[in-house]
Write a protein that binds this ligand. Structure first.
Ligand code: FRU
Length: 724
């Protein structure tokens, strides 16, 4: 029931959702947990609503040993549900971290702003609730600015205010049910207590999907600039204001690059390129869910220029297929295809019908993403009928076969009947593709350079009879190039758990420091932790560096990580790594670690590091030499069974530098963050290892390699809680 906590645009018509933010399933969950049937549509309100400052959250350290999965150096609330970081600001020597918080339960709901503070970004003290939800209004994500010159008039010249801009998600019992608009709250005591502005909302475009304001002072123009999203339209809006109250529309940006989900939580800021203050670019972060490169939620970014009105990216990847020869577009019947329906003899002409479908079939979510008027749609008669369709024979004469595929995720290698599109040469399946449990067709590119000159057929096999037991296929074409895909765009992180990333305002030395929710909406409500649910990734410092001729983000843990360094427990220069691997000293149970090492793949097919290693489990950080990619594989990382989408392997294309790859890996009790090649690529995953999975080793496959400059050191407090 909780499998799909967010609206999945791939199945949904692209129009604003009827209710703000979350579908009924998620609100129902909250009702179960809290016993108070407060839903976004406001069926009923809870008896008592907490007020600012009266929250129950004790001022407690964010790290403890109450649960084996409680992180040691990552922020978690003492109890209850947390999602996005909000209102990141450094003020009077204190880093404030507000966050999306359910004060009453460990699943999403009752959205309010929780609060924690730190002076070093490493140790956090949880503070009383900052902005509680009310019967009429849930408090969604937003940002905070220091209104130093009291432009808002909400403070005084002597005591200028901190001003929060947040999204009011109006409940069913409000006067604007389902609307999302931007509101203000202000603090006159440095961010500890907050008052709502009485003229709220301050920006309302009558939309149910308008949210996540992030504001900064635009120095060159002398005004405030706010970025927001219209989530389902995948657009970022920019507005300006002189006083934080009256807002004027400037421009919008999007859709662009990854748009397979809603756009959320934008952030716009300027950074020097290669450390040169005279050569700057603007970076626009756009979080997206689902549809990220690693699946589900993720954060993409664009580098470009902001002229005070408009953001213009300087590098956009062409979308759509390259030139080529179309082999099958299903516009004029099935042509020479041999179509076999109803192999079980149940009657009817499913799964393919007698002619290609004109789009969506009865009983099907809207089918989108095909070309022209028709496609092969294997949903005739629903999911149950089985059959196959085989193309005429052709000779492979180009390096790529590009095709649009959709429908169920039933790969040939899986259990149960498959639903796939296959390339068959000499009676053997040499390439195969399946859908992603989605009615949106997406490009698949097969590299067939090694098969040029061979004769082949395409075969669609629908052998799956249960849910999503159908295939969609369109626009098969032969080209010299693949279709650009998600991996061609720029991403903050290539792992599974890095979402709602935004940056701090007003940091010392203008350092650009980001925080992100270390989670993925695919399974966020199912992660096996208690009495809290949700953690923040390590704060990162962002820089722009020229890589392959254009500026890209480079990210590393903030320098303050060094303040929690323990003495190295292992340090060595260089060692060959053979098939049996090299053990590193086992981790002290319940401890966070940093492992730094350089991999030299040499003649190996794969080389890497296993952490949280036990008899039957490990989290693997490996380099695939032939594919030239670094991967993070948590398929067998311990407790992976709480959600189908959790076991996974994610990868980032990353060439070696002079035959080497430098890695910095931060391993906490329930997460692994990989900073590779000086921060050019990062991969972040949650993991839930068993209690005895404390091993660590370097391994190779398919030939010897070596490692260099290996250092292992503990981070943060020991398992008993005491810092060492
Ligand atoms: C992102 C998000 C935001 C919204 C908040 C609600 O994860 O969906 O768009 O403001 O969470 O909790």
């Amino acid at each position: 029931m909780h499998r799909r906590p967010r609206p999945d645009l791939r199945h949904a018509p692209r129009r604003p959702a009827r209710h703000p933010g979350r579908p009924a399933a998620r609100s129902a969950t909250v009702a179960l947990v809290t016993g108070a049937a407060l839903t976004l549509t406001g069926a009923a309100a809870p008896a008592a609503v907490p007020t600012a400052g009266s929250a129950t959250a004790p001022a407690a350290p964010s790290t403890g040993s109450d649960h084996p999965h409680r992180p040691r150096i990552h922020f978690t609330p003492e109890q209850n549900w947390m999602n996005d970081p909000n209102g990141l600001i450094h003020h009077d020597g204190v880093y404030h971290l507000y966050f999306q918080y359910n004060p009453e339960g460990d699943r999403w709901g009752n959205m309010s702003w929780g609060h924690a503070t730190s002076t070093d970004l490493m140790t956090w003290e949880e503070q009383p609730l900052a902005l509680p939800y009310t019967e009429d209004e849930h408090v969604f994500s937003g940002g905070i600015v220091f209104d130093e010159h009291n432009t808002s008039g909400l403070g005084t010249a002597e005591n200028p205010p901190l001003v929060a801009l947040y999204t009011s998600a109006y409940t069913g019992s409000s006067e604007r049910p389902g609307i999302q608009a931007q509101s203000l709250a202000y603090s006159l005591d440095g961010g500890y207590t907050w008052e709502r502005y009485e003229g709220n909302p301050v920006l309302d475009i009558d939309s149910g999907e308008f949210r996540d304001p992030k504001v900064f002072w635009y120095e060159e123009g002398g005004y405030w600039v706010m970025s927001t999203v219209v989530a389902t339209e995948r657009r970022v809006l920019f507005h300006r204001s002189d006083d934080l109250v009256e807002w004027e529309f400037l421009s919008d940006f999007g859709p662009a690059h990854a748009d397979g989900g809603v756009w959320e939580v934008p952030d716009l800021f300027e950074l020097p390129v290669d450390g040169d203050p005279d050569d700057t670019r603007w970076v626009l972060i756009v979080n997206l869910n689902p549809g990220s490169v690693a699946g589900g939620s993720g954060a993409q970014y664009f580098v470009g220029d902001f002229d005070g009105t408009r953001f213009t990216p300087e590098h956009l990847v062409d979308s759509g297929p390259p030139d080529g020869e179309v082999f099958a577009d299903f516009e004029n019947g099935y042509g020479g295809w041999e179509v076999v329906n109803d192999v079980d003899g149940q009657g009817g002409d499913g799964p393919f019908g007698t002619a290609p479908a004109a789009g969506t079939l009865p009983g099907q979510h809207p089918v989108v993403g095909y070309e022209g008027e028709h496609l092969l749609n294997g949903f005739v008669g629903g999911d149950a009928p089985r059959g196959h369709a085989t193309s005429p024979e052709f000779t492979i004469d180009r390096d790529f076969v590009n095709l649009l595929v959709g429908g169920g995720h039933h790969p040939r290698t899986g259990e149960g009947g498959h639903a796939s599109v296959d390339l068959v040469v000499d009676g053997e399946v040499v390439r195969t593709a399946t859908g992603q449990d989605s009615e949106t067709l997406d490009w698949v590119s097969w590299d067939v350079a090694d098969l040029v000159g061979r004769t082949a057929r395409l075969r669609v096999e629908d052998d799956a009879t249960g849910g999503w037991g159908h295939v969609l296929l369109d626009h098969v074409m032969f080209s010299d190039d693949p279709v650009p895909g998600l991996a061609d765009y720029d991403w903050l992180d290539w792992g599974r758990d890095y979402y709602a990333a935004i940056s701090y305002n007003d940091t010392p030395d203008d350092a650009r420091v980001t925080m992100a929710w270390m989670n993925n909406w695919q399974y966020a409500e199912n992660t096996p932790t208690s009495p809290w649910r949700g953690a923040m990734a390590l704060p990162r410092q962002l820089e722009l560096e020229t890589v392959d001729g254009r500026p890209r983000l480079v990210q590393n843990p903030v320098d303050q990580l060094e303040s929690v360094y323990g003495d190295p427990v292992y340090d060595r220069n260089r060692a060959p790594v053979h098939a049996r691997g090299l053990d590193l000293p086992p981790a002290e149970p319940g401890r966070a670690y940093q492992v730094e090492l350089t991999l030299r793949p040499g003649r190996s097919e794969e080389i890497g590091l296993r952490v949280h290693e036990g008899a039957d489990q490990a989290t693997v950080i490996g380099y695939d030499t032939a594919a030239q990619e670094l991967f993070l594989d948590r398929s067998d990382s311990g407790d992976t069974g709480f959600h189908d989408a959790f076991p996974s392997r994610s990868a980032v294309p990353l060439p070696l530098d002079d035959g080497r790859l430098r890695l910095r890996v931060v391993v906490d009790t329930s997460s692994v963050e990989v900073f590779a090649a000086g921060g050019r690529a990062t991969l972040t995953d949650l993991v839930f290892p068993g209690p005895d999975a404390n091993g660590m080793s370097v391994y190779t496959d398919g030939g010897p390699g070596s490692d260099e400059d290996v250092t292992v050191r503990p981070l943060g407090p020991g398992p008993g809680g005491a810092a060492e």
